[in-house]
Design a binder for this molecule. Sequence first.
Ligand code: SF4
Ligand code: SF4
Length: 195
Amino acid sequence: MDKYQAFNSELMTLFQKMSTTFSGLQNNSGLTCLNECGECCLSPQVECTILEALPLALEQYQKGEAEQVLEQLKNSQAMVCHFYQAHSADGKKGRCGIYEQRPGICRMFGAYARRNKSQDYVLGLCKLIREKHGEDLNGIALTYEHDMAYWRQLMNSIAPALSEHLYPINQAFELALEHVLSYYHFSSMKKVLES
Ligand code: SF4
Ligand code: SF4
């Protein structure tokens, strides 16, 4: 297993736990997303690290489509995620086109915990879910496992050099694809030189 595959394997294990934790919070509290909603994916403010975009980059590389997707991203002026598939005229209904490989941040949209000034956990909520459920949100048990910062720390520890910065999501995909392509390009050159 090479270094990118090792990062990816560790990251995917973490992503599974993250998804279970955050969907558990939503389901157990009843604070579920609106049907077919994809509005968070329309935000130009979605950011992630290069590491979070690595599963997508490796998947595309393995399918032989990494160069093509990189080219599309480079030529695109779109501010919203390249992989969002809208199903309604206003774009607000839709789905993720890379659900299994989506970055960590996308697994925490919706409901999460953050610390207030007293260091207590308070509920962070997407504004659409808050509107749907009103202000009666007391009594939801929150722990460190619902804290985005906790998961960000775990993700970053897998590959600190790929986790130093947050980028707009399309840029993170672009950079992850460039990393993967140049890594495998040089690996194959090395093999040829050594043979
Ligand atoms: S990767 Fe998927 S979930 Fe994340 S912003 Fe893009 S479309 Fe939405
Ligand atoms: S987190 Fe909010 S905006 Fe995103 S899908 Fe759920 S309800 Fe929609």
